[in-house]
Design a protein around this ligand. Structure first.
Ligand code: MN
Length: 297
């Protein structure tokens, strides 16, 4: 890593959103309520920007956070409802079958592929999830289509920090604002991925956003997921077929990525069904863990 990365700044923060749209800085088991720092955001008028206001102004907000932090009230994380750390992303991009062992398991199970041709990510490319599917760890997953199989997919998620067009993989990490854990919840069936993976709450993002400075290499992170205490998925992001830089290169060759755009990088092997009443615990090294409850919609 070079000593300076233009436009990236040194944030070194874990930012969460909680309760009624409040902003927090996570410190261990507690958070500091720094909602007052949002006062630096511009007063928007229609039409709204294509980028998320918080991520698009992240340097100004984190500067202000440093000012208000010493006097900010402390609350235990256990006492708040965690929301998705990005409220208004322009789009949610996702990578299909981006771990070889997950590709193998999908091709080998009719309950997963439903006669859909399963190509490599190099042939399939990327898909989009509806932004309305986004929810935080504390909001839980509201399952639909209970007569069909619903699966969990734990994924490293990165959040774009500055406008990216035609970015090469060598420069790509300069465009990342931060990282979070994602759950790409999936209804199995024959329809397009964008439909089956876009039900409300089927894009869990949390528990907070770790600023990119804290993760100099997103390609070496252990990730895991357990359901009701039983480990179902366990891998490392070194097993990604297309890593974070290659995903940014691919996506930005097709469309512009804007600050706040969210990118699900794909899930490793071990996907399995979830049902109302289940408790999911998802963890990624250097980010943390989140507990997510599953209920019927
Ligand atoms: Mn996925």
């Amino acid at each position: 890593m070079g000593p300076s990365r233009p436009g990236k700044g040194n944030h070194y923060m874990r930012l969460c959103r909680f309760d009624n749209g409040r902003l927090g800085v996570v410190e261990g088991e507690n958070l500091r309520d720094v909602t007052a720092a949002l006062d630096v955001l511009p007063a928007y008028r229609y039409p709204l920007p294509t980028s998320d206001p918080l991520i698009g102004n992240l340097a100004a907000v984190t500067d202000r956070i440093r000012t208000v932090l010493p006097a900010a009230p402390v609350q235990p994380l256990s006492a708040v409802t965690l929301l998705a750390p990005v409220a208004n992303p322009g789009k949610v991009v996702a990578a299909p079958v981006n771990y070889q062992k997950h590709l193998d398991e999908v091709r080998g199970d009719e309950g997963l592929h439903h006669q859909n041709p399963i190509n490599t990510i190099q042939k399939t490319g990327l898909f989009l999830k509806a932004t309305s599917a986004l929810a935080g760890a504390g909001e839980g997953i509201a399952l639909r289509k209970l007569d069909r199989r619903n699966d969990h997919e734990v994924e490293l998620v990165f959040i774009i920090g500055k406008t990216a067009r035609g970015v090469s993989r060598d420069e790509a990490l300069d465009y990342v604002a931060g990282y979070a854990i994602g759950l790409d919840i999936t209804i199995r069936g024959s329809e397009e991925r964008s439909l089956r993976k876009s039900a409300d709450s089927y894009a869990i993002l949390g528990p907070w956003m770790v600023t990119a400075d804290e993760i100099p290499d997103p390609g070496v992170l252990d990730l895991s997921l357990a359901v009701n205490g039983q480990t179902r998925q366990q891998s490392n992001t070194r097993n990604l077929i297309l890593g974070v830089p290659a995903l940014i290169e691919l996506a930005s060759s097709f469309y512009t990525l804007y600050p706040g755009d969210i990118f699900f990088t794909g899930t490793p092997e071990g996907v399995s069904p979830i049902e109302p009443g289940d408790t999911i615990v998802a963890s990624i090294e250097r980010i943390g863990s989140m507990t997510v409850q599953v209920r019927a919609a």
